[in-house]
Design a protein around this ligand. Sequence first.
Ligand SMILES: [Zn+2]
Ligand SMILES: [Zn+2]
Length: 149
Amino acid sequence: MGDGNTVSAGRCFCGAVRFEFTGQPKWVIHCHCESCRRAVSSPMTTWLAVPNDRLTWTGSARSYVSSPGALRKFCGNCGAQVSFEHERFPDETHLYVASMDDPGAFRPSRHVFFEERLPWMDVHDDLPRFLKGSGKGARPDLHGPATES
Ligand SMILES: [Zn+2]
Ligand SMILES: [Zn+2]
C-alpha cells in the first residue's frame, strides 16, 4: 500500500468535520471495549492511529471526556464520532476506519479488549485476539481459527 506521500481523507456523516493524514497509520485494530461500544452505539468499532504531525483537521469538532484522560470528538451538527485521544499518548490521534473515504484500504491487524465482546459477536477471522489492550509488548491471548495450532 502507498508510500509516505499517500493522503487519506475522512469525514463525519454531514461533512462539517473533515480530516486527512499523510502516510500509513501506525496501526489498525478492532476494539470491543464497552467505552467504544457506547460511544458509537455499535457492538464494536475499528480504529486507526495517526501521529498528530501527519494529521490535519477542517471544521471544528466538539469533544467530551469519556473517561479520565480520554477525549472523544464528534461533529456538533450530525453527531458522528470522529476521534479518540488520550493523555497517555499525546502525540497521536485515533480515527474511525468507518469514517474514512476509503475504509476498505485499512485492514485491521488484531482484536483488542476481546473479553468485552458481546456473546453473539462471532468472529471467524484469523487475527490475533487480545483480551485487554495490546500495548507495551503485550502478547495475544487467543488466535482466530485460521492460525490455531
Ligand atoms: Zn457532521
Ligand atoms: Zn475501545
